[in-house]
Design a protein around this ligand. Structure first.
Ligand code: BGC
Length: 245
């Protein structure tokens, strides 16, 4: 069965048809720049363009970088503040004329990794973290998601973790891999002290460069690189349409 998966990010909005039984994209992905300011209306209009590009008429899964409960956004760390309280799911369904299911972007990426990537078949407590503009988190117990964990906002040295260790900060401050890895390591060890996960999965665009930083991490739990890279959000969003998370 195919579903259209869409991943809304701070820079780009991308979509592809996803075979939800195999987790494989069945089309090229299509990407449009995120409108600025990324207000609910502007984002909805862009998502509608992505849907039109695929001439899609069926259900759509949509990953969004905020706390999402029953389609409503409850936070807006790296998106326009007017999202707070907006029912993104209703808005997007209206604009695209398709039934849209919306969920947090890291949760979507985690769902995809658990089904088809680094978390496949892994029981116990698995913590997926995405390093990009912010730090996203998806927490699983025996494959079951605890939605909307926002552990990128955990405080480290008096600052939100994502303001010290997101990939955006590495680039902005031109941190060496060694320096950035030390920040990530401090963060993971704090999470380990609090949650004792059995596995960490590191996702986001930077996971492609895992050889540069994974060997420098010193947690007890194994740390693995995500396998679905930038497609995880789209794949997980499509899967979530079926599971309803
Ligand atoms: C947001 C999360 C999101 C993460 C990754 C954080 O700033 O609070 O909801 O999952 O960024 O995009």
């Amino acid at each position: 069965m195919e579903i259209l998966g869409i991943d809304i990010g701070g820079c780009g909005i991308k979509g592809a048809r996803v075979d939800i039984d195999t987790g494989v994209l069945t089309t090229e992905r299509y990407r449009i720049l995120t409108p600025q300011p990324a207000t609910p209306d502007a984002v909805a209009a862009t998502v509608a363009k992505v849907v039109m590009h695929f001439k899609w008429k069926g259900p759509v899964g949509c990953a969004f970088p905020a706390v999402i409960k029953d389609g409503v956004a409850y936070s807006a760390a790296n998106v326009d503040k007017s999202w707070i309280g907006a029912n993104g799911q209703k808005l997007l369904s209206r604009r695209t004329k398709c039934p849209v299911h919306m969920l947090n972007d890291a949760d979507a990426a985690g769902i995809a990794e658990m089904a088809f990537g680094a978390g496949k078949g892994r029981a116990g407590v698995v913590m997926m973290l995405t390093f990009g503009t912010g730090i996203g988190c998806a927490l699983f117990l025996n494959g079951q998601l605890v939605p909307n964990t926002e552990l990128g906002h955990l405080e480290i040295r008096g600052k939100e973790a994502e303001r010290r260790a997101a990939d955006r900060i590495r680039r902005k401050k031109a941190l060496s891999w060694r320096k950035w890895a030390a920040r990530v390591d401090e963060y993971l060890r704090k999470l380990e002290a609090l949650f004792s996960p059995d596995l960490f999965i590191i996702g986001g665009g930077v996971s492609r460069k895992h050889a540069k930083f994974l060997p420098r991490l010193k947690t007890h739990a194994p740390v693995e690189a995500a396998q679905l890279l930038n497609n995880a959000g789209m794949i997980g969003a499509a899967l979530a349409v079926k599971t309803g998370i």
